[in-house]
Design a protein around this ligand. Structure first.
Ligand SMILES: [Cu+2]
Length: 123
């Protein structure tokens, strides 16, 4: 490989890195972009149990109940309470609160104790 060819490939690689870098920062920097999250409830857990959002970000939440009894998905910090019957899917759009860590629970008696606890991390 000649010296000139080598320089050409180094320049191409650098441009590729720059383009990739711009795309990445554009995606994470836009906190106003909606975040789509789908959670599946079963006995007795949320999947995923832990979700992450940016402060003030619009969150389009979908909660499915794949279990055999009723469950809820509660994020008190954002005033969200979804009650989902078995086989049902419920959606809700809410605004992520300020930076912090918030608890998500199912308030059907005994479920939280059985492990229906999740976490929203806002950062
Ligand atoms: Cu439950």
């Amino acid at each position: 490989m000649s010296k000139r060819t080598t320089i050409f490939f180094v320049v191409v690689a650098l441009v590729a890195i720059l383009i990739a870098g711009c795309g990445g920062s554009g995606g994470t920097g836009a906190s106003s972009a909606g975040l789509n999250i789908t959670v599946t409830n079963t006995e007795f857990k949320f999947d995923p149990a832990e979700i992450t959002a940016a402060p003030g970000q619009t969150v389009n939440l979908t909660v499915k109940n794949a279990g055999s009894i009723q469950h809820t998905w509660i994020l008190a910090a954002a005033n969200v309470k979804l009650t989902v019957d078995p086989g049902q899917t419920v959606t809700k759009t809410f605004t992520a609160p300020a930076a912090g860590t918030y608890e998500i629970t199912c308030d059907v008696p005994g479920h939280k104790e059985a492990g229906m606890v999740g976490k929203l991390t806002v950062k």
